[in-house]
Ligand binder design. Structure first.
Ligand SMILES: N[C@@H](CCC(=O)N[C@@H](CS)C(=O)NCC(=O)O)C(=O)O
Length: 240
């Protein structure tokens, strides 16, 4: 059994999609970032980085005691190795999958994450920061659109790289980007989104912000802001 320490965000959905795709038995342990439930010391034992998602496999690869894995890309890789699925059926497609997974983890996720931060969470309007991260986000979408003009899937065959990218593409609307501007990406988005495991793994509650187009600011209480970006967040990571 795998415990999935989960949150309803693109990084959380990537891993849930993979668990659905592989039908590995798992149990969800749900967190609420605004309430700071991830800031507790118990969670640091599982993820020293204090972020979500993370997993604990009670029947780990290679045997031995339960194993914790953090960082969504590493978790996808772990589950691919455990299941023997979705990580390329040849050396060529395996390296393509690794390449696009790394690209998502180091580029698409962080840049779109910063665009979300400065558009939706930053209490001030800082046009330089918004332009910087929106330009980079758009550039990365162009990269995807070009790749998906030449291939149906990022690694030629459906893989963990597609699972890593798909939930971030769903989240472009709230920062004001139109998927229709990227026709090849849109076709891929629909193709991947039609998979039952993607539908089940990435299901959103009705009216969730990820489906909204408005670029409106999220209103946070002082406590919530501190949990996400301030002293509470810092305090939870300090060595005691
Ligand atoms: N590189 C990490 C990023 C994880 C991450 O930033 N997770 C966010 C939610 S998607 C989080 O835990 N935020 C809580 C916080 O900022 O305190 C991964 O891919 O798993």
């Amino acid at each position: 059994m795998i415990d999935l320490h989960h949150v309803v965000t693109p990084n959380g959905h990537k891993v849930k999609i993979m668990l659905e795709e592989t039908a590995l038995p798992y149990k969800i342990i749900q967190y609420n970032l605004l309430e700071g439930t991830h800031l507790k010391p118990e969670f640091r034992q599982i993820n020293p980085n204090g972020r979500l998602p993370a997993l604990v496999d009670h029947d780990p690869i290679g045997g031995g005691p339960s194993m914790a894995v953090f960082d969504s890309g590493a978790m996808l890789f772990y589950l691919a190795e455990k299941s023997g699925r979705f990580f390329g059926s040849s050396p060529r497609t395996r390296h393509l999958a690794m390449q696009w997974l790394m690209w998502q983890m180091s580029g698409l996720g962080p840049m779109h994450g910063q665009a979300h931060h400065f558009i939706r969470y930053c209490p001030e309007d800082i046009p330089y920061a918004v332009n910087r991260y929106m330009n980079e986000s758009r550039r990365l979408l162009e990269v995807l659109d070009r790749r998906l003009r030449e291939a149906d899937y990022l690694a030629e065959e459906y893989s963990i790289a597609d699972m890593a990218v798909w939930p971030w593409i769903r989240a472009i609307k709230p920062v004001g980007i139109e998927l229709g501007d990227y026709p090849n990406l849109q076709r891929w988005y629909e193709r991947v989104g039609a998979r039952p495991a993607v539908e089940a793994g990435a299901r959103l509650p009705e009216g969730h912000w990820m489906t909204q187009t408005a670029q409106s600011k999220v209103k946070l209480t002082e406590e919530q802001w501190s949990n996400l970006f301030g002293e509470n967040m810092l305090k939870s990571g300090r060595a005691t």
